[in-house]
Design a protein around this ligand. Structure first.
Ligand code: TPP
Ligand code: MG
Length: 393
């Protein structure tokens, strides 16, 4: 019996709505031998992605009607794109219709973030808040999305929601059109219908010009800010974010477990493939990072996995770095040590607790991790950040 239950648990976890599946094996079963003949696999085992269905064709026409009538349409694409493997289909629909797309969470980078039609998370609000039609596909309006409420999202926009899980539709926004189906198939349906209806939206609308303007303005402002604080001591989070983004491999996975650094990383990090950034998720926990980094390293062996973790998160889950060490899983953990549970944003010490004396690199050196403390020091060519081996203090 166990095999079919385990197999079913994996199917449950990875089928919409994706999430945790719990398997509990009672001891009377666990310790009984000679059960092989009782094991059942299931009559047919399907590969992931083999079981999909598209949306009702009526809802496809309805959705296109809403998008076609809009002056400021927007696509919001979320985790559903990643789970469905629908990045290519999303790009095709976006290029065909010239509708800008805000891709979030593991859907980030379904469309390259520097493309004229891509809206990035840190400056999305002037578009999500002013759109007159929104197609949300595989996208959850969770706490990080202010539950779909104004002013982050427009209260007067017409909403279309596409999701394989019907109970997610209409939960946070009053979806006028409901496309119940898998993202890949729904996007194919939308592209086919748009093509057969001679979709023709000029690529140079005022709406798209605004995207270009806001992008250029944002890039300039963060570059100026980083420049201004580049030599700050303690090191400014903008510098950490910028230098980290420049230093990592193109195919590195980033795990975020620091409230403070998540905002700075969102500003600087341009994802290169969907699923590259693994964030805290809808429950906004703390201390999930080491476990997620271990999972990412197991799933993407020999690729860089960089965990950005706060001292609070490390206090909750730091002991599992030893697990990673024991299993020889190469994870780089960057500890943002502000001596605070998320409060001190740019300073490395909080007024409440006084100067920070905890040095986590020392703790981790004792469990066999290679460990460094990063400080800013002056050199003849100006101040630079140095990685000091753990025995230099
Ligand atoms: C499991 C859990 N416990 C508590 C909280 C509340 N919480 C939000 S932020 C935070 C502290 C984060 O501190 P740290 O990891 O040091 O991040 P940083 O200081 O870099 O923002 C806590 C405890 C939470 N979100 N989840
Ligand atoms: Mg902290």
């Amino acid at each position: 019996m166990i095999e079919i239950n385990l197999r079913q648990a994996f199917r449950d976890a990875t089928s919409p709505p994706q999430g945790v599946a719990l398997v509990e094996i009672p001891t009377n079963i666990l310790y009984r031998g000679r059960l092989e003949s009782d094991q059942r696999r299931g009559v047919k085992v399907y590969a992931s992605g083999e079981l999909r269905s598209g949306a009702d064709p009526y809802s496809i026409d309805q959705a296109l009607g809403i998008l076609r009538a809009a002056e400021r349409p927007l696509i919001a694409a979320g985790d559903g794109i990643f789970w469905s493997g629908a990045a290519a289909e999303l790009r095709e629909f976006v290029e065909l219709t010239k509708i800008p797309v805000y891709a979030r969470r593991s859907g980030q980078r379904a469309v390259a973030e520097d493309r004229p039609l891509a809206i990035r998370g840190p400056w999305k609000k002037s578009f999500t808040g002013r759109a007159d039609a929104v197609l949300a596909i595989g996208f959850r309006f969770w706490s990080g999305e202010k539950f779909g409420e104004a002013p982050t999202w427009s209260a007067s926009a017409r909403y279309i929601q596409a999701d394989p899980t019907p109970t997610r539709i209409g939960l946070h926004v009053p979806a006028e059109a409901a496309l119940v189906g898998d993202a890949k198939l729904v996007l194919r349906q939308l592209s086919d219908a748009a093509r057969s209806n001679d979709w023709n939206r000029p690529g140079q609308s005022d709406w798209l010009r605004q995207v270009a303007e806001v992008r250029a303005n944002f890039d300039r402002v963060i570059a100026e800010q980083e420049h201004e604080h580049h030599h700050d001591t303690p090191i400014h989070p903008a510098r950490v974010a910028r230098e980290l983004c420049e230093a990592i491999d193109q195919d590195a996975t980033i795990v975020i477990d620091s409230f403070t650094m998540s905002g700075w990383m969102s500003q600087w990090f341009n994802a290169r493939f969907p699923g590259q950034i693994l964030d805290a998720g809808p429950l906004a926990p703390v201390g999930h990072g080491v476990g997620m980094a271990i999972g990412a390293q197991l799933a993407r062996p020999r690729k860089q996995v960089v965990l950005i973790i706060g001292d609070g998160g490390l206090g909750i889950s730091g002991f599992d770095l030893e697990t990673a060490r024991r299993y020889g899983l190469p994870i780089v953990a960057v500890v943002w040590n502000n001596g605070s549970w998320g409060r001190a944003s740019t300073k490395c010490h909080s007024s409440k607790v006084g100067p920070i004396r905890s040095r986590y690199y020392q703790t981790n050196a004792t469990i066999g991790c290679s460990s460094s403390w990063i400080v800013t020091v002056s050199t003849s060519s100006g101040p630079r950040s140095f990685v000091l081996p753990s025995n230099v203090h």
